[in-house]
Design a protein around this ligand. Structure first.
Ligand SMILES: NC(=O)c1ccc[n+]([C@@H]2O[C@H](COP(=O)([O-])OP(=O)(O)OC[C@H]3O[C@@H](n4cnc5c(N)ncnc54)[C@H](OP(=O)(O)O)[C@@H]3O)[C@@H](O)[C@H]2O)c1
Length: 275
């Protein structure tokens, strides 16, 4: 990876996180290019990381070996069409971080026959703790897949999917997932305050508990159900709370919510890729 040049089209939040992660992993800033229309953003990136910035997407494609497409999904078609002639000649590896855009649509907008890795990171990528699913189309070689994985690993955990349709499930679980945990933290915080805790203390207890539970689950060999059973003593407080949640059909509600998110991901991909 150290030998290749990486270019980012779009220098926003996700690109900034990936660049920060790559540089803290020891990747050389002089091998990174960013094309970004916003002058303030370009200056921030250049000031923070000493990398190359410009407003020229085509010049970037002509310079680099890997192009990370990091614009908003709605801007992606125009960007792909703008660079299609250049990528047909240069044939870089293309990595999309855009939510909901299928590799076949990207490939069509790019003129066809392109090596594309579609990735689906989530917002904790902004603090280098993301969970990213990757899918490689048939044109991606093994070495390009390794390269894509090492770039995306800069912002957290990565895993590969063989079947791109599973990206909709990934979107429902980890893409939208941080919001489910934020909701839970919000509810613990609010209820703690209503029970008389100082809001600051309720917040600290809620957040540290979420962090501690995730850390324990990540470090344990046991599954979540076993860990939960272990802290649920018969006749105790946790058993009372979990019993009330089960009585309220929390599992059915969650299954419906996740299925709703999965279906919405497929609808959005249909809409975004329609043209
Ligand atoms: N943020 C996340 O946690 C997250 C999580 C999962 C996936 N993603 C994906 O990451 C992608 C980027 O999201 P983001 O949050 O980083 O958005 P963002 O902060 O808005 O960054 C996008 C950047 O692209 C620039 N841009 C717009 N049109 C461009 C063009 N034609 N050529 C070059 N650059 C252009 C924008 O400039 P202007 O502001 O001047 O328009 C902006 O600075 C999205 O596709 C999103 O789905 C993000």
């Amino acid at each position: 990876m150290q030998k290749c040049k990486i270019g980012f089209i779009g220098g926003g939040n996700m690109a900034g996180s990936l660049i920060g992660g790559l540089i803290s992993d020891g990747f050389a800033a002089e091998k990174i290019w960013v094309a970004e229309p916003n002058q303030q953003r370009r200056e921030e990136l250049a000031g923070r990381f000493s990398l190359h910035t410009s407003t020229d997407n085509l010049a970037l494609v002509n310079e680099v070996d890997v192009v990370v497409l990091a614009v908003k999904p709605q801007a992606m078609q125009a960007v792909c069409q703008e660079i299609s002639t250049a990528v047909q000649t240069k044939r870089p590896l293309l990595i999309s971080v855009a939510a909901g855009l299928r590799s076949a649509d990207l490939n069509r907008w790019l003129g066809g026959n392109q090596a594309i890795v579609r990735s689906m990171p989530n917002t904790p990528a902004l603090v280098q703790s993301g969970a990213t699913a990757l899918f490689a189309n048939a044109q991606v070689s093994d070495s390009q897949a390794e390269l894509a994985e090492s770039i995306m690993r800069a912002v957290g955990l990565t895993l590969w999917l063989d079947d791109e349709t599973l990206m909709d499930a990934v979107t429902a679980i980890s893409g939208s997932g941080p919001a489910y945990f934020f909701l839970l933290m919000e509810m613990l915080e609010q209820t703690g305050s209503q029970m008389g805790l100082a809001p600051k203390n309720a917040r600290l207890l809620a957040l540290q508990t979420a962090f501690g539970a995730a850390k324990m689950a990540l470090e344990s060999q046991d599954d979540a159900a076993t860990l939960r059973a272990r802290v649920t003593s018969p006749g105790g407080t946790t058993e009372r709370a979990i019993g009330l949640l089960e009585q309220g059909e929390i599992r059915t509600l969650f299954a419906q919510a996740l299925d709703g998110a999965r279906q919405r991901a497929a609808e959005l991909a249909d809409q975004l890729g329609a043209e």
